[in-house]
Design a protein around this ligand. Structure first.
Ligand code: SAM
Length: 283
């Protein structure tokens, strides 16, 4: 009794199976909240491990739902998990996990679009989530704005969105989201999950993406970068000397940024867009 407290590892399998939890609490999936659950603990374990070394970090999870991924996150060496859930039905259903987690799990009831993870979680912090697809992109854009505050983000997206996040110039998927994401982060696809891995299955395949802050992002102002990418990709087939006219003297901007006036948006790399944003800001 007078020895140091034993480290009691969290065992995700020791709790009732997720299907039982869903049945007991009547947790039918709501489409409007992007509810597609992962009930296979081997799979959630794989996702949690793919996030990297969690020793001592605080994990923010968006949308724990019935808690499959939450359990897996608690089985890592993370210091604690703070989960943000909007659907009140899950708060009650997660009480067993909270009990078993012995102080390492807390739930914030609210809309993730309105909760700042930096405010609720101490550093070092990561985000790991099977994101609700209807708000995945706005959530990511919000976090990218301050990504240096995170060790990493490990996030599930629809495959089509994941493809855009990591797309390189010259490809069809390359666009505004690619430029903004790769300007602020190193983004890497980890693996795909078939629709049938989820309950209920969504219409499309899913992909886990791992993002870490870029050490030295090209200097540029967020708003200016948004404006130049919006103008450029808004008419992606046109030459930039045409598509950037809405920003003022397009030829002068392109010359200042060192970009050919005949280039098209999808040929310009992240450094090029950053240069264009600086030229636009300085005009
Ligand atoms: N993490 C669970 C899993 O992997 O089985 C559930 C993932 S499900 C794709 C998305 C979850 O996010 C649901 O639990 C849903 O209620 C929740 N959610 C949807 N919109 C939200 C929002 N704006 N803020 C917080 N949670 C949200």
């Amino acid at each position: 009794p007078d020895s140091a407290p034993m480290h009691t590892a969290f065992d995700p399998q020791a709790l009732p199976p997720l299907r039982e939890v869903i049945a007991r609490f009547g947790l039918d999936a709501r489409k409007a909240l992007g509810q597609n659950f992962l009930l296979d603990l081997n799979l959630t374990g794989r996702i949690a491990r793919s996030a990297g070394d969690m020793t001592g970090v605080t994990v923010v999870e968006i949308g724990p739902g019935p808690g499959g991924l939450t359990r897996a996150l608690l089985a890592t060496k993370a210091k604690q998990v703070i989960a943000i859930e909007r659907d009140h039905r899950f708060i009650e259903a997660l009480q067993d996990v909270i009990q078993a987690a012995d102080g390492r799990l807390s739930i914030v009831e609210g809309d993730a679009l309105e909760v700042d993870p930096i405010q609720i979680a101490p550093a070092p912090r990561v985000i790991v989530a099977n994101l609700p697809y209807n708000v995945a992109t706005p959530l990511l854009i919000g976090w990218l704005g301050r990504i240096e505050e995170f060790v990493s983000l490990t996030l599930m997206f629809q495959k089509e969105v994941a493809d855009r996040l990591v797309a390189k110039p010259g490809s069809k998927a390359y666009g505004r989201l690619s430029v903004i994401t790769q300007w602020r982060s190193d983004a890497r696809v980890l693996f795909n999950l078939p629709a049938k891995a989820f309950t209920p299955p969504p219409k499309v395949e899913s992909t886990i993406v791992h993002l870490t802050p870029r050490a030295n992002p090209e200097p540029a102002e967020w708003k200016a970068l948004e404006q130049v990418t919006a103008a450029a990709f808004g008419q992606r087939r046109k030459m930039l000397r045409q598509s950037l006219k809405s920003l003022g003297n397009a030829e002068a901007l392109l010359a200042a940024a060192g970009i050919e006036p005949t280039a098209r948006a999808e040929e310009v790399d992240v450094a090029g867009f950053a240069a264009l944003a600086r030229a636009f800001k300085a005009r």
